[in-house]
Design a protein around this ligand. Structure first.
Ligand SMILES: Cc1cc2nc3c(=O)[nH]c(=O)nc-3n(C[C@H](O)[C@H](O)[C@H](O)COP(=O)(O)OP(=O)(O)OC[C@H]3O[C@@H](n4cnc5c(N)ncnc54)[C@H](O)[C@@H]3O)c2cc1C
Ligand SMILES: NC(=O)C1=CN([C@@H]2O[C@H](COP(=O)(O)OP(=O)(O)OC[C@H]3O[C@@H](n4cnc5c(N)ncnc54)[C@H](O)[C@@H]3O)[C@@H](O)[C@H]2O)C=CC1
Length: 445
């Protein structure tokens, strides 16, 4: 029996565990997780806080029992404190204080990420919240219920979590302020032509936007009373920190090769610099097809795929990841935005001789008078190689499926010219004969 130990049983860990248990009967699987729950979908947090779903039950898709029923030995609330990589031993302490030591043939690290915590005064005041775990969301919801004096919430970080939570708190009837060091929301994913649309959307729902400001301290008397930035001081009763994740590399940082931000560097088989150790999900790097190099992109989708890849390799079936494009999407009130690969801003920063081709039109012919919305598209490409580097779409119409084609185009190194005469079907219920993808591609220089 091959002994496989998996540390971390959230999205990446669960995918690896299930892949092993479903496909390899000759493996002994031991799982450790420091938390009390498995597979919490953080993507549902804003929906839960904003009362758009009835509760948190549907936000889990696996459990200790489900894994045990398939044959795994699962230790919950049992953080691993030490790994002896030479002797291949993992040691953890249970909630009751017992030490469990397990030997491994292959180890899979799925320890995820931790929210970035700025070193500023006031971080330990009451009502300064982080939003990563199920328990974090529960705490926010409980506080809003109990403390009716929390009328104003300030969110630091206008990335994906910050923007989604701005809508959620507004739906809860709170006054909401969004602060970011960047000059727009979602600056890591979209160009200003798109983020301007989102900011207009946020402003029209009375979200106070404070961009280009750095929070220098949080003040209060036991609990939060105001946030102070390099440009002003603002009264508030709750501060939510959402300024990104850092990889949780605590267990392997002194033994394994690390990426610039501390993530475990892995090859396309998810193998680390120690050939018996794999790393998956938010604690590991990805191969980014847009820049054609190793990168760090923390997304649940990457976590799941990397878990599947590592599981097969750890059990002896060679399988390589196809790489990723960082495809992502967001819906705020009725506005949908999706992107993949590089924005023009990012492409230029990476040194590409990049250009963008834009087009805006109705989704369907103008004679369709109902359920027909404007769509804005941008395709980013390399003027030297003609390779497609990224795409962005925005609309009140659900254009989400459109981005997958661009994801594949980047993965397969397609040129913008190949897109110009691509066979795209037409039916007035869906689109136009001169549809915006063709039109944007035809206009490329
Ligand atoms: C609010 C929010 C919304 C999000 N929305 C989306 C979305 O819409 N789409 C998307 O693709 N992504 C989204 N993400 C990102 C996504 O949740 C992460 O990319 C994903 O959780 C990564 O999964 P993971 O299993 O690698 O790591 P994690 O989810 O961080 O899990 C790591 C696990 O390891 C355990 N662990 C850590 N250290 C130890 C130890 N020493 N011993 C034992 N166990 C340990 C932890 O308890 C945890 O269970 C969102 C994240 C948040 C917070
Ligand atoms: N829809 C989706 O796909 C979602 C994905 N996620 C993923 O989860 C991860 C974490 O999300 P976020 O925390 O929102 O990270 P993020 O990277 O999306 O956004 C962080 C934001 O914080 C800002 N920032 C950084 N330092 C700051 C500081 N000191 N003060 C003020 N602002 C600062 C950045 O400019 C950026 O806008 C990301 O990888 C994200 O992609 C999260 C939610 C939804």
């Amino acid at each position: 029996m091959k002994k496989i130990v998996i540390i971390g049983a959230n999205h990446a860990g669960t995918a690896a565990i299930n892949t092993i248990l479903d496909n390899y009967k000759d493996c002994e699987v031991t799982v450790f997780d420091g938390n009390s729950n498995i597979s919490f979908l953080g993507c549902g947090m804003a929906l839960w806080i904003g009362d758009q779903i009835s509760g948190s039950d549907g936000l889990f898709y696996s459990s200790k029992e489900a894994m045990e029923n398939k044959g795994a030995e699962v230790y919950m609330e049992t953080p691993v404190g030490n790994i002896d990589f030479d002797k291949k031993l993992v040691s953890a302490t249970t909630k009751e204080g017992t030490t469990v030591t397990k030997e491994y043939d292959r180890l899979i690290l799925a320890t995820g990420s931790l929210p970035i915590k700025p070193s500023i005064d006031g971080m330990d005041l009451d009502n300064v919240q982080f939003v990563k775990l199920f328990q974090n969301a529960q705490e926010v919801i409980d506080k809003l219920k109990v403390h009716e004096d929390i009328k104003h919430v300030t969110i630091v970080g206008a990335g994906y979590i910050g923007v989604e939570l701005a809508e959620a708190f507004k739906r809860k009837g709170k006054e909401v302020r969004l602060i970011d060091v960047a000059n727009t929301s979602l600056s890591g994913y979209y160009d200003p032509e798109f983020t301007d649309l989102m900011d207009e959307n946020l402003r029209s729902h009375d979200i106070e936007l404070r961009y280009g400001e750095t929070v220098t301290k949080i003040e209060g008397n036991g609990k939060v009373e105001r946030v102070v930035t390099d440009k002003g001081s603002y009264e508030t009763e709750m501060v939510v920190m959402a300024i990104g994740f850092k990889p949780n590399n605590l267990l392997g940082k002194d033994h394994l090769k690390l990426f610039a931000n501390g993530a475990y560097e892995v090859n396309k088989s998810q193998m680390t610099s120690d050939s018996d150790v794999y790393a998956i999900g938010d604690c590991a790097t990805v191969y980014d097809n847009a820049i054609q190099d190793v990168n760090y992109i923390a997304l649940a989708t990457n976590a799941v795929r990397s878990g599947i890849v590592a599981a097969h390799n750890a059990c002896g079936t060679p399988l390589e990841s196809a790489g990723v494009q960082g495809s992502n999407g967001i819906r705020i009130w009725n506005m949908n935005m999706v992107s993949t690969g590089l924005s023009l801003t990012k492409a230029l920063k990476h040194g590409f001789n990049a250009a963008a081709t834009d087009f805006e039109d109705l989704q369907k012919p103008a004679f369709i008078e109902e359920d027909n919305e404007k769509v804005k598209i941008r395709i980013v490409y390399d003027l030297d190689t003609r390779r497609i580097l990224g795409a962005q779409l925005a609309s009140n119409y659900d254009i989400s499926m459109g981005i997958h084609m661009f994801s594949l185009a980047i993965q397969e190194k397609l040129t913008i010219d190949k897109l110009k005469l691509l066979d795209i079907f037409f039916l007035p219920h869906f689109n136009q004969p001169y549809n915006y993808i063709t039109m944007a591609a035809l206009q490329a220089k």
